[in-house]
Design a binder for this molecule. Structure first.
Ligand code: AMP
Ligand code: MG
Length: 324
């Protein structure tokens, strides 16, 4: 940040992307649309630039960041890919799948990116703006969600400004994010066991069916129960709108803002037709609207666990957990 207290927002056209690339080269912070949520990007090979991400977000420095790359070939410069991890990277990227792999000793990345862990979380995003930016610079981008730590994630440029105005150099406005929830995070251990560190748009059993053996499915475990891995996306309280949230509500109490789904209408709706993909895309916009509303409390209609519904319910449970 260069002493400004207002952040510029520009269209994510060629000129905007060129300006963003220059800011990133000189170690600044740019919010960028991805297919999941808006990311707060900095060059991952600069300790100073990465430190600015933690400062702008108020993020505890024990929480590692995801490194964004163009493709699997670039990713192999920073992480050690086993056969299975390589196969997934080559076939699923670009897309909303983050792989946690051993970090290479010669990665040249700022140690703070991985918060001192021997592993690194990497993905190649699919959004054309983020892809163009990664082509325009010659370093990978560390990019957590572009919001103050613990608050609601941003799925449009205005959401970014609502919590980071004056704290970052630029917002590239590329319209609303299509998927709407953060990437699926997968760790494959040395025994070949898959751990889902965070549910997201990609449903892991489907990957096994597509790329491996549907008749001998790999074991997929939830990380928290099995390994005790704690990641900030897995903290009990996260994505918090700053007021109490009640889940599985069929109607609103008088002082509640109701977020509807399907037949339950509400003050806004995740999806009137009961479509979980649409609900994921609208989840954070509805939470932002509920946070801004005058009502002191929020209620949310039940959302089925099917498909990306698992990721939606994961985020809603954390939004409903009071910060300790
Ligand atoms: P965010 O970008 O804010 O959605 O958070 C990134 C997520 O990736 C967090 O849940 C991190 O804990 C997780 N993550 C990043 N690096 C690692 C790693 N090396 N091992 C496990 N989880 C990681
Ligand atoms: Mg986040």
């Amino acid at each position: 940040m260069s002493g400004k207290n207002v952040t510029d927002m520009v269209l994510a056209d060629a000129a905007g992307i060129a300006r963003a690339a220059r800011i990133l080269e000189s170690g600044g912070l740019v919010a960028v649309p991805t297919e999941t949520v808006y990311g707060l990007a900095a060059r991952a090979d600069s300790a100073d630039a990465v430190a600015k991400i933690y400062a702008a977000k108020g993020r505890p420095d024990v929480n590692p960041l995801i490194v964004h790359v163009r493709d699997a070939a670039q990713a192999e410069r920073f992480g050690e890919f086993s056969g299975a991890a390589r196969r997934l990277a080559e076939r699923e990227w670009p897309g909303p799948l983050t792989l946690v792999v051993p970090r290479r000793g010669d990665s040249g990345l700022a140690p703070a990116v991985t918060a001192g862990l021997p592993t690194i979380a990497i993905r190649a995003p699919q959004h054309p703006v983020m892809r163009a930016l990664l082509q325009a610079v010659n370093f990978p981008l560390a990019a957590p969600s572009a919001n103050r730590s613990g608050f609601i994630s941003p799925t449009c440029a205005e959401h970014v400004l609502a919590s980071l105005d004056g704290r970052i150099d630029l917002v590239l406005d590329g319209g609303p994010c299509e998927d709407g929830v953060e990437s699926t995070i997968l760790l494959i251990d040395t025994a070949g066991v898959w751990y889902e560190l965070r549910p997201g748009p990609i449903w892991l059993p489907a990957l096994n069916d597509i790329h491996f053996d549907p008749h001998k499915p790999v074991e997929i475990r939830r990380a928290k129960e099995e390994r005790g891995i704690e990641a900030p996306g897995q903290l009990a309280s996260h994505y918090a709108p700053g007021k109490p949230v009640r889940l599985d509500a069929s109607e609103a109490e008088p002082d509640e803002f109701l977020i509807g789904f399907g037949a339950i209408e509400g003050d806004c709706t995740l999806s009137a037709s009961g479509d979980v993909d649409e609900a994921a895309a609208r989840l954070y916009a509805c939470l932002h609207e509920a946070a801004r509303a005058a009502h002191p409390r929020i209620a949310v209609a039940p959302v089925p666990e099917a498909g990306v519904g698992r990721a939606i319910n994961d985020r809603l449970r954390r939004a409903a957990t009071p910060a300790s």
